[in-house]
Ligand binder design. Structure first.
Ligand SMILES: *Cc1c(COP(=O)(O)O)cnc(C)c1O
Length: 377
């Protein structure tokens, strides 16, 4: 008989987590090289990273900051979105997508998702547009681009900004266009749950040079470097990225395609070999390049807790993928939502959805073990 402690130990040793950052010796070397220079914050490496990301995406501007949340906060602030304004966001996303709207004093207006793509249901957007609406933030959930073309048509018709929350979607795209280039401005995150990571980090990309300039000023205490020592022109933030974080990203960026194709191969096995009458697999609409930040399934026949517990006992990490934001305490209490009625798909994804392990270093035995464990749920 093994006792709980032994059992837990063996889980930890053989545990297959939801994700695991891929850090090479070369990445570590790149970081220590910066540490040895003594120049730690927003210097040459940050500038080089911005150049490389804008080159990769083909955008005019890239502005590195301290997190994905900071990118969205700066974009909204720089566009002057504030009290009295409304911003449309999907009801199912990481809570930060709505928090940033609250942070600038505006009101997030939630729209339910399409249950197959898990992205904002474009057909339900227009009824939520009012004369206070200033922007729409579609999220490319789990690395699948939302239907930004259709959202852009609405934005043009109603004179709104399209701000992509592309936190999960570096490398993703639709019809030859990369996410990050589909609207007025976009936000990427480099949290360890995303494809490449600096621990914490984010990047604003845009073709709007005025916006980029405002974001550069706001990320650095409001300093306009052209204006001398009194040139603190805004009450800004400290949202700078460090140079060792930028070096870590610069070292990983050339591996992005490799990371995505390694994930593609795992996903191909998941899509072919996970066969269960009560489990729904992700759907990839035609013409889309999924970056597979997460592989998200819907488990209909078990409670989320039961499914997570069963998988954990098999040494497999699983968790809900994102929040039904109108259902979390702050939003529910502030706005009195009835999530089940108003946002049934977001509610379902929040309570029936699970993300399962997906990262390039998974061995074929581990992939097989995940597939078999899910098939026997
Ligand atoms: C990760 C994530 C964020 C926040 O990024 P951080 O870098 O963790 O601040 C925002 N939106 C979405 C959709 C995310 O997945």
């Amino acid at each position: 008989m093994v006792n709980d402690e032994q059992l837990n130990k063996s889980y930890m040793q053989n545990f297959i987590p939801i994700t695991r950052p891929w850090i090479t010796e070369g990445d570590i070397q790149a970081v220590t090289d910066v540490l040895r220079t003594g120049m730690l914050v927003q210097g040459a490496k940050v500038a080089e990273l911005e150049y490389q990301v804008s080159k990769y995406l083909g955008t005019k501007e890239a502005v590195a900051v301290s997190s994905g949340t900071a990118t969205l906060h700066l974009i909204l602030k720089a566009y002057g979105i504030s009290k009295g304004d409304e911003v449309i966001v999907p009801a199912f996303s990481f809570v930060a997508t709505a928090n940033v709207v609250e942070l600038v004093g505006a009101k997030p207006v939630f729209v339910d998702i399409n249950i197959e793509t898990l992205n904002i249901d474009v057909a339900q957007i227009e009824e939520k547009i009012t004369d206070r609406t200033k922007a729409i933030i579609p999220v490319h959930e789990f690395g699948l681009a939302s239907d930004a073309k259709a959202v852009m048509q609405l934005c043009k018709k109603h004179d709104l900004l399209l701000i992509e929350d592309a936190a999960c979607a570096l490398g993703a795209g639709l019809e030859q266009k990369k996410t990050g280039t589909l609207g007025n401005a976009a936000s990427f995150s480099f949290h360890p749950r995303k494809a490449i990571t600096s621990g914490e980090g984010g990047m604003i990309v845009t073709d709007d040079s005025d916006l980029a300039e405002k974001c550069r000023i706001l990320r650095n205490h409001g300093i306009d470097s052209n204006k001398g020592k009194t040139g603190f022109v805004e009450a800004g933030f400290n949202y700078r990225m460090t140079d060792f974080q930028a070096a870590l990203l610069l070292s990983q960026l050339p591996r992005l395609e490799e990371i995505m194709s390694a994930k593609d191969k795992i996903v191909e096995r998941y899509l072919n070999e996970i066969v269960h009458p009560s489990i729904e697999l992700p759907v990839i609409p035609k013409g889309y390049r999924h970056s597979w930040q997460s592989f998200h399934i819907i488990v209909n026949h078990l409670s989320q807790t039961e499914a997570v517990e069963k998988l954990r006992k098999s040494g497999i990490g699983a968790n809900y993928g994102a929040q039904c934001i109108p259902e979390v305490d702050f939003y529910k209490n502030k706005y009195g939502f009835e999530p089940e009625k108003e946002f049934p798909n977001a509610h379902k994804a929040f309570h029936k959805g699970l993300v399962i392990p997906l990262y390039p270093q998974m061995t074929s035995e581990e992939i097989t073990h995940v597939i078999q464990s899910i098939n026997s749920l």
